[in-house]
Ligand binder design. Structure first.
Ligand code: WT7
Length: 661
């Protein structure tokens, strides 16, 4: 392969065992961003460079200031500008002649399909916004949304945005307890949910989870219920509960003026796991967030209005907020939304959808790619995937083999692949190659995006040499960054800023919680988390949350939870548990542990193994040696155990690992 500098890279393989790929000429020619000078241009012109992003939006009141930093790390972007996110995702596309262009193509679990044009979406969002307002929702009231991947989910989000009410979407697979905790933390008095949804063809009752959650809440909650299952699961509405479709009928044809929002007003809240049991309510702004997601959809995902674009994530997490809803709709493209799983009814389900919709850009997670690879190329080979122009991945590190498999078997060898690093807290992509400019190195996310000051530093905050492992930090603010943690400025500073900042010198550096390496060319390879967070299938789970769910079980004395890398490269949860005197480590307690985790967090947190041990390995000061337990789970060589108070326990644990289930 010959790159744009005329170097024959693959033939001479100068960069080691993994070949570097240049963006194909055919891609570069049509790329949204293809001028190689953009990295330097942004660096020379920071922070004003971010006007490029803000210019993708329609501002009701133009901003004068780009960045206000006097109250760092509480940065304010485009602070004197005003806009409405729903206006940017809907109204302006009606005015620009795209009213009958598909906005959302929904693919249901049971094979149902629905297409919403921008106009359809506008009509339904307005009706629901009118209904919410009638129920009493006012600007700045937090509306919780607890819906699976059905069109009413983005509709409810946009309806909230329209009336200036921040939404807090809780992933539908999380438990009643998790829902209640989040509603309580956000003082949320409004909830949009559904009767249930299909799981592998069976009707699953979501409403009963909601009823349980409401029992535990002090505040009165007004609830809207979407009837997803009809006669498959009849339900009765109680006090303060309304049927979504009846409300829509009642407000049919009504429109609501988009509420003018300050750029810094909260657009939404998204709870994520942290190092303590209490989930963090990450606050995102209206202007900076929307500018950053629109810009990265344009520059990194190369989305064009005429495209059919598919981010196969769940809107219940940040990926779906930024890259199924806000980014693509702000750009006026067609966003595919899929309710089901990749292997139902068969393992070619995604490729059938790509083929039938002629998808141009496809974005998914490494865990899915590893599954596709395991299932084999026969499944994608059944379909015509030649419409694909660009592939993306997000959520965890992807190693070169699945990266290359993805490019080869899904991308037909000629689609660039962008490995995008970001977080709930960064709001939008911050590290990635620009597909029309940068060479790709499988296994490395790439350079920081233009305008992003990502650096790998050591314990003292000094930059490490290329090739060395350090902490992934960001030295300057960026528009999509979290503004704070809901109602907890202190924790915001403590969690992300304290470690590498010098407040006295007004020098601020964001800490991501990840470790990484950088190479000579400034490409960053992200290695994983350093905090007590386990990344399971691209979802962040706090070990403390899982441990406290286990500790709630009668008879459990203590628990420690670690991540284990499975044969396929996925991370699984291993739980080590010691029981109280008089309690047998038997099947019954194991089942209760699983139940407790499912009911307090949800099925995604189910451990792959529960290992009983008479004691957990502890240091002399009584601290559980999690690192050691992680090594044991991963079958790694154990280091020095002499710091342990009870070194003899390690052998017992190793022996017990084979005995689970
Ligand atoms: C954590 C953030 C951002 C949406 C999905 C997850 C890991 C994310 C990559 C990547 C290596 C990655 C990091 C990060 N991560 N993308 N391309 N390469 N690791 O959002 O739940 O906030 O998790 O996911 O560890 O800190 P999240």
């Amino acid at each position: 392969m010959v790159d744009r500098n005329g170097l024959d890279r693959d033939a001479s393989a100068p960069t080691g065992p993994t070949p570097t790929h240049s963006p194909p000429e055919s891609f570069v020619e049509q790329a949204n961003v293809a001028a190689p000078g953009i990295h330097d241009e942004f660096a020379a012109n920071w922070p004003d460079c971010w006007e490029r992003a803000a210019d993708l939006l329609s501002w009701e009141e133009p901003y004068d200031t780009v960045l206000e930093a006097d109250d760092a790390p509480f940065y304010r972007w485009f602070p004197d500008g005003r806009l409405n996110a729903a206006f940017n995702c809907l109204d302006r596309h009606l005015e620009s002649g795209r009213k009958n262009h598909a906005a959302i193509r929904w693919e249901g679990k049971q094979g149902e399909r629905r297409t919403y044009t921008y106009r359809d979406l506008y009509v339904e969002v307005n009706e629901f916004a009118a209904a919410l307002r009638d129920l009493g929702v006012e600007p700045d009231d937090v509306v919780t949304i607890y819906l699976p991947m059905i069109p009413e989910l983005p509709i409810a989000m946009l309806a909230c945005a329209r009336i200036g009410a921040p939404h807090s979407v809780v992933f539908a697979g999380l438990s009643a307890d998790a829902l209640a905790t989040r509603m309580d933390a956000a003082d949320s008095e409004y909830l949009v949910t559904c009767d249930g949804y299909y799981r592998r063809g069976d009707a699953f009752n979501q409403k009963s989870k909601v009823d349980n959650a409401r029992i535990g809440l002090e505040q009165d909650v007004r609830t809207v219920v979407v009837d997803r299952l009809g006669d498959d699961l009849p339900h009765v509405l109680g006090e303060d509960e309304w049927d979504y479709h009846e409300l829509r009928d009642a407000f049919a044809g009504e429109t609501v003026e988009p509420v003018s929002r300050d750029a810094e007003d909260m657009l939404f809240l998204m709870y994520t796991s942290g190092t303590t049991g209490e989930p963090k309510g990450v606050v995102h702004s209206t202007g900076g967030y929307l500018a950053h997601v629109a810009w990265t959809s344009h520059a990194v995902l190369d989305v064009k209005p005429a495209d059919t674009y598919w981010c196969a994530a769940d809107i219940g997490w940040i990926t779906g907020h930024s890259y199924i809803v806000y980014g693509p709709l702000a750009l006026g493209t067609t966003s595919v939304m899929y309710e089901g799983t990749p292997d139902y009814p068969d393992r070619d389900r995604l490729w059938e959808i790509v083929d039938r919709n002629a998808v141009d850009v496809f974005y998914t997670a490494p865990t899915a790619i590893r599954a596709f690879m395991k299932w084999g190329a026969d499944y994608p080979d059944r379909h015509d995937l030649s419409s694909l122009r660009l592939l993306g991945t997000v959520g965890e590190p992807i190693s070169p083999r699945p990266w290359s498999w993805y490019r080869e078997h899904i991308g037909g060898g000629d689609c660039p692949v962008v490995d995008t690093w970001w977080q709930t807290e960064t709001g939008a992509v911050t590290i990635s190659t620009l597909p029309g400019i940068d060479d790709m190195k499988p296994g490395s996310a790439g350079p920081p995006l233009p305008g992003i000051d990502a650096r790998i530093v050591d314990e003292a905050g000094d930059e490490v040499d290329p090739g060395e492992t350090g902490y992934l930090t960001i030295g300057r603010p960026w528009p999509g960054m979290a503004r704070t943690l809901y109602d907890n400025d202190e924790r915001f500073v403590a969690e992300y800023w304290r470690r590498f900042s010098d407040p006295d010198a007004d020098a601020w550096r964001y800490f991501s919680g990840d470790t990484a390496r950088i190479d000579e060319e400034g490409y960053i390879t992200v290695l994983g988390r350093v905090d007590d967070v386990i990344n399971v299938s691209g979802h962040r789970l706090g070990t403390m949350e899982i441990e406290s769910a286990i500790a709630d079980v009668d008879g459990v004395a203590e628990a420690a939870v670690v991540g284990r890398s499975s044969e396929t490269g996925d991370t699984e949860i291993y739980a080590y548990v010691s029981t109280e005197r008089g309690w047998d480590a038997d099947t019954a307690i194991r089942r209760t542990i699983h139940d407790s985790i499912e009911s307090t967090i949800g099925p995604i947190a189910r451990p792959a193994a529960v290992i009983f041990t008479p004691e957990l390995p502890k240091t002399r000061s009584g601290k559980i040696m999690r690192r050691l337990l992680e090594d044991v789970a991963n079958g790694e060589q154990l280091g020095d155990t002499s710091a342990l108070r009870n070194p003899e326990i390690v052998g017992e644990i190793q022996a017990a690992i084979g005995d689970d289930d």
